[in-house]
Design a protein around this ligand. Structure first.
Ligand code: NAP
Length: 279
């Protein structure tokens, strides 16, 4: 084994991972389908492997970060001797299937973009073979703060995709709000500091609702669904009047209306989980 770690896939993310390993002083082998992407890393001290299999046999820990699972499956060495840490995005089911193929397998979900790699404020979620993860953790801490979710290899991908769901919902909620305020002449830049400040209390609501979701009891002690429904009327109306797409507010309005019509108007917003689970 000539290196401490091999990185397969040198796209935007794979290159950032390899650079972070090099910056931390590790010996790094790199491989990419298009060999030219290895050159800047070789200039920083990495060793280029001439094939994916050679890379996988060059180090005790292999970090893979290619486009998707089909691409990963194409390049995996069936006799891979070391630990595979797969940072390629995929579904929990794909991660569990990969673990069933055997070998020492750790799955990961990167919760940042390439500039956040090497920054301990960023997090990477891991799950899978716990002994392998313990062996690789010193190395992996060069990338971001490692968050170990346990032995189920599907959990990192599940949390990853669930967290991305929060990101897309939040970003789209903000963009919808920006469409509303800019329709009346305000600017997104004027509005946005208030939006980001509002996310603080919203994060507080989430924390207080988590035990309600786990216990199945949703007291409307802060605001009832009756009140939410009346307020959502304003959001739908304000969107329609400004010819801003009202699909998102109508979806939210529909959830609140269905919960109220089922007799839960005195409960809080966390009651909506029951509708989401019943889909
Ligand atoms: N970018 C982000 O912010 C981010 C954040 C979290 C997670 N991720 C995940 O990280 C992974 C890589 O993303 P990226 O942003 O680095 O993408 P990218 O810049 O498009 O790189 C894709 C990589 O996959 C390789 N590849 C594609 N098809 C292949 C195949 N059939 N066989 C072998 N290699 C193949 C490409 O090789 P070539 O150079 O030869 O095309 C390249 O190295 C994805 O799963 C992505 O979801 C990315």
């Amino acid at each position: 084994m000539r290196s401490d770690v091999a990185v397969l896939g040198l796209g935007q993310m794979g290159s950032a991972l390899a650079e972070a390993f090099l910056r931390a002083g590790h010996r790094v082998t790199v491989w990419n389908r298009s060999p030219a992407k290895a050159e800047p890393l070789v200039a920083q001290g990495a060793q280029a492997a001439s094939s994916a299999v050679e890379a996988q046999r060059s180090a005790p820990v292999v970090v893979a970060c290619v486009l998707d699972y089909p691409a990963l499956t194409e390049i995996l060495d069936p006799e891979r001797p070391g630990i595979l840490v797969n940072l390629t995005s995929g579904s929990p089911e794909q991660a569990r299937e990969m673990a069933r193929r055997g070998g020492r397998y750790v799955d990961g979900g990167i919760m940042t973009t390439p500039p956040g790699i090497g920054d301990q404020r960023s997090m990477i979620l891991y799950s899978g073979d716990q002994d392998a993860l313990a062996e690789a953790s010193g190395l992996l801490s060069a990338l971001a703060e490692p968050i170990n979710l346990g032995a189920d290899p599907g959990l990192a991908a599940l949390y990853d995709t669930a967290l991305l769901g929060i990101m897309w919902s939040t970003l789209t909620g903000w963009l919808h709000a920006a469409a509303l305020v800019t329709a009346d002449g305000a600017t997104a830049e004027h509005f946005t500091p208030l939006a980001t400040r509002w996310l603080g209390p919203v994060a507080g609501f989430i924390s207080s609702y988590a035990p309600q979701v786990d216990s199945g009891s949703y007291p409307g002690s802060d605001a009832t669904l009756d009140v939410h429904l009346a307020t959502l009327d304003h959001l739908v109306h304000a969107s329609e009047v400004r010819k801003v797409d009202a699909a998102l507010p109508r979806l939210l309005h529909d959830y609140a209306r269905r919960a109220v019509e089922s007799g839960h108007g005195a409960d809080g917003w966390a009651r909506i989980i029951e509708l989401l689970r019943a889909a």
